[in-house]
Design a protein around this ligand. Structure first.
Ligand code: ZN
Length: 287
């Protein structure tokens, strides 16, 4: 297993971690100042500054992407809705390409409309089949332009609103179905916040193998957790066995970044400088 205590060259920052403190151009400056070598930005953050500006800034600082957030949200109430989702995913793939991302992360979606109110339907198997079809369609284009898609299973507490794929096993079943030849164009993003509890986690990481382990997201699970979305913990403050999980990843052949992704009303209230310095310190000690 890599020794993270030596330096933080394997640290990537998911830029949602300091989204409330800074705009993306400032985040990149602050990362460059601290020798953080990779980020995973969100589309809305990129759009606010302008994608050409961000692309230039990444070139100038030499900062790489560990992923691009995000595509997905495939299910919809009707045909035009399904098509709009596909169109939007195509734009996300183009943006990921322009920014040289190694993969586009997919939060696949679930019951349409559930994020903001009563959903258009309640049939989660229908949502799952629309997700399957949406990924299959997006994959054709993703392959043409060589942009791997990384399915991120989400904790089942978010199964209604954000993702009807909730375990690594489910995500990998879909990979097997849609990319049986393991071409490298479809894989998974393993976000420990979502999957740490899964009794099959270790076995499914082995099953995924290096060619399907496209991204690795870390934070911590606070006990008790007070908010379903925005109460993620800083690494070391919760109960996830971070080093054990990273060993599983690396034994399966993963050599990529350890991407810090913390949505937290607590951490969003702290100075961004302090958040980044703490991420580095915890990366060196507990990740
Ligand atoms: Zn994640």
């Amino acid at each position: 297993m890599r020794d993270f205590s030596l330096n933080h060259e394997a640290l990537s920052l998911n830029t949602a971690t300091v989204r409330k403190q800074w705009s993306l151009d400032r985040i990149i400056e602050e990362c460059a100042r601290r020798d953080i070598r990779a980020i995973s930005p969100w589309r809305d953050q990129v759009a606010l500054v302008g994608i050409d500006h961000i692309a230039r800034q990444l070139r100038e600082t030499g900062i790489k992407l560990s992923g691009y957030c995000r595509g997905g949200f495939f299910p919809a109430a009707d045909k035009p809705g399904l098509q709009a989702a596909l169109d939007d995913n195509r734009r996300a793939i183009d943006e990921a390409k322009l920014l040289n991302a190694p993969c586009l992360v997919l939060v696949v979606g679930s019951l349409p409309g559930a994020l903001t109110g009563p959903p258009a339907y309640h049939d989660i198997s229908r949502a799952r089949s629309e997700v399957r079809d949406g990924i299959a369609a997006s994959l054709e284009y993703a392959r043409q332009v060589d942009m791997p898609l990384a399915i991120e299973p989400l904790h089942p507490m978010q199964a209604a609103e954000r993702a009807c794929i909730n375990t690594l096993e489910q995500a990998l079943d879909l990979c097997d179905e849609l990319d049986p030849g393991r071409s490298g164009s479809l894989g998974v993003a393993v976000d420990l916040y979502h999957v740490w509890w899964d009794p099959k986690l270790a076995a499914q990481i082995v099953r995924a193998g290096a060619d399907r382990l496209l991204a690795y997201h870390v934070c911590d699970w606070l006990a008790p957790t007070r908010d379903l979305l925005n109460d993620r913990g800083m690494m070391g403050d919760g109960i996830i066995e971070l080093k054990k999980c990273r060993r599983w990843m690396e034994e399966a052949g993963f050599t990529g970044y350890s991407e810090v992704e913390i949505f937290s009303d607590t951490w969003w209230q702290k100075p961004g400088e302090y958040v980044l310095d703490t991420c580095i310190e915890r990366h060196l000690t507990v990740v």
